[in-house]
Ligand binder design. Sequence first.
Ligand SMILES: *[C@@H]1O[C@H](CO)[C@@H](O)[C@H](O)[C@H]1NC(C)=O
Ligand SMILES: *[C@@H]1O[C@H](CO)[C@@H](O)[C@H](O)[C@H]1NC(C)=O
Length: 302
Amino acid sequence: MKILAIACSFIVLAGVAFSLTLPAPKKKIEFKNGQSFANCGRVPAACERSGKDAIRGCHPWHAKVTRTGRKSTCDGTLISKRAIITRAQCLFNLLDLFRPSDIQVTLGAFNISDPNESTRQTVRAKALIPHPNREDFCIICFENDIGIIILEENALTLNEHVSPICLWDAEFNPRTFANTVGEAAAWDPKGKLVRNALEVVAYDGQCYQKYNDAVKPLTSFCFRHVRTTDTACTIETGAGFVVKKDGRSYLRGLLDIFENEPLIVKGKDRGFCSSTVKNYIAEDLADYIDWIIDNVPDVSRK
Ligand SMILES: *[C@@H]1O[C@H](CO)[C@@H](O)[C@H](O)[C@H]1NC(C)=O
Ligand SMILES: *[C@@H]1O[C@H](CO)[C@@H](O)[C@H](O)[C@H]1NC(C)=O
């Protein structure tokens, strides 16, 4: 629905100077005990490498969110022992919120095609919390499509294969965020975990012009692949846009447009899965971080 609307909104403003008024930076959040969760965002030094192949244990927060008994729905990110961030859309069956028992989350998976992986933990949701301002069938908007999956207190065992990422603990500044390089893990079509190198598009970029005022700094941002070898087809909706800072990994955004929602017009794939379509959109967690903290039982402010 959204994507169809976007395609229709494409307007070529050749020769017209484009500028976006950037909002003031959003103040940093002081978490209790310094980080949003104890030991969050840490992986072994061996994880510091480039290239597309993921290493087992280097993305221990990367989650698969599925509807019980069905195939893949979305990806998500573990931010505490009890909470996974994904898109609100992933929690709905059209207009109806799923029952928590309908949704299960898998963590510690490296080869998603191998159900016998010893590192894996698959658990049912205890509660589903979509953003209250999410709009059903919102036309050309990327706002509030965020949701939280809450788990039972002791559902997960945190270890080297399953551990939370940090929530952003510095200022949210749209001026310095432009051109930031991040990454998103994803399972490739064969089920193997891969890493996509992604870059935030500068706010005077064509993507913002193309999507007109639907993409609002601090609420959403445009991104693109850094490497031509990373195809758009591996990224999955709901996956985290992860940024490294001071030796820790932080959840900074939430992937919104992705391959499993190809725009099919009259039976023809219009190419959201092709490498020629370069810009994608993510939710910027800046505008949602207060809501996340208020709704996650084991994350708190100072
Ligand atoms: C993933 O698991 C499947 C099913 O067990 C197996 O056929 C495949 O070779 C595995 N892939 C890798 C990269 O280990
Ligand atoms: C997983 O383990 C079960 C039980 O040992 C076995 O029957 C099955 O073939 C295994 N599946 C894969 C994909 O390795």
